[in-house]
Design a binder for this molecule. Structure first.
Ligand code: FMN
Length: 362
């Protein structure tokens, strides 16, 4: 399907949260006014009302760029934002600026926002909310989002009565034109999200047809099968079945996604590899690197390891991983790409630990 005709998903973010607010009426007006254009241009619209979503003030211990989310409210917000191709922010102006709830909702996430356009429906008194929009633009460009030129700005005294937007053919036309400009830019920007290795999506790697994505609930059963399959070799090499990856349940795997960032690599839809990582003090701990046995020897493992290394947060100084002391194939791979055995070398449980300084990453 050509990207110009691909369905688009737009998230309308309602940025004010106070009781008695005007925001829902403005958002509703925008959705109704643009409904025919949305249907005609294959656009689905979802409204994310920050008052309903109820995010607390940012309460995640890790930097959002790590993608490691401890709380379910963050994961739910992440899923919603990640699913969107573009955003319409419906925002008032508070003290010449953006509402704190909007800033907080933006701060919660990082990669999910990137390379997506944003349009604004602002409202307020004399300035019609435009100072809030200007301030928000400064923030969203840091998140690699792109504000579009078209905008809708309502002066409350002129455009609303008793909490409702007054009928105005001109204003509705402006809203429709803005939606179409947003969809045009969103379709063009899709390439930025799929053609590079900086983001999740289609990636260029050692074999064709690869897509890389953070593990979602739907991936976990397949991931568990791949994991058991991959750790059989480890069991044979080390002459033991006492290996956690062989015994983990679906529930264990599910729980691990709240403390680890897990990536799944698929080839034409088939799960062929995975890896996980998380920050532990100054270390970026990488683990569960697995490649389907029939895909071994194609450079997929080292490519995925390098991908995980590149995701290390700025605060980390080195990468760390471990494997069984007789897993020579793994150890060879790690040493080939710059890891060295730590001084502890081998522990009582026959595990070896390896590290690599972060600046050595290619
Ligand atoms: C805390 C606060 C600060 C405000 N500051 C401004 C402002 O700087 N400029 C402006 O035009 N209106 C300002 N207003 C008036 C808002 O434009 C108006 O109350 C609007 O309805 C707020 O949106 P909401 O009802 O969705 O919360 C402010 C309102 C509040 C509650």
């Amino acid at each position: 399907m050509k990207s110009e005709t691909m369905p688009l998903h737009i998230l309308v973010i309602v940025a004010s949260t106070r009781p008695g607010r005007l925001a829902p009426a403005i958002a509703d007006w925008f959705v109704q006014a643009t409904r025919p254009e949305a249907a005609g241009d294959q656009i689905s619209v979802d409204v994310a009302d920050l008052a309903d979503i109820g995010l607390p003030l940012l309460d995640e211990p890790e930097h959002p760029s790590s993608g490691i989310y401890l709380h379910e409210h963050t994961r739910a917000w992440s899923r919603r934002v990640a699913a969107a191709d573009a955003f319409v922010v419906v925002t008032p102006e508070y003290n010449y600026g953006m509402p704190a709830a909007l800033k907080n909702a933006l701060d919660f996430l990082y990669h999910e926002w990137a390379w997506k356009p944003v349009a604004f429906v602002s409202y307020g008194n004399t300035s019609a909310g435009t100072r809030s929009v200007q301030m928000t633009k400064q923030v969203i460009t840091t998140l690699k989002m792109m504000p579009i030129g078209a905008t809708v700005a309502l002066r409350i005294a002129d455009s609303t009565r008793q909490g409702q937007v007054l009928e105005s053919a001109d204003l509705e036309q402006t809203a429709r034109e803005m939606l179409l400009e947003l969809s045009r830019v969103a379709r063009a920007m899709r390439h930025l999200r799929t053609a590079t290795d900086d983001d999740e999506g289609s990636v260029r790697g050692p074999v064709d047809g690869l897509t890389l994505a953070t593990a979602r609930d739907d991936d976990l059963a397949e991931l568990l099968v791949l994991q058991r399959c991959c750790w059989m070799q480890e069991a044979l090499d080390n002459d033991t079945l006492d290996l956690a990856p062989l015994h983990e349940t679906l529930e264990d795997l599910d729980a691990s996604t709240s403390t680890w960032h897990v990536w799944c690599l698929r080839q034409y839809g088939r799960l062929i590899a995975a890896v996980r990582a998380r920050r532990q003090g100054p270390a970026w701990v990488i683990g569960r690197l697995m490649v389907a046995p029939d895909q071994a020897g194609k450079g997929i493992g080292s490519w995925l390891l390098s991908y995980a290394e590149q995701r290390a947060p700025a605060q980390t100084t080195h990468h760390a991983l471990f494997t069984g002391h007789k897993s020579t194939r793994n150890i060879d791979l790690y040493q080939r790409v710059g890891y060295v055995l730590t001084s502890a070398d081998q522990t009582a449980d026959d595990t070896v630990y390896l590290t690599k300084p972060r600046q050595l990453c290619t």
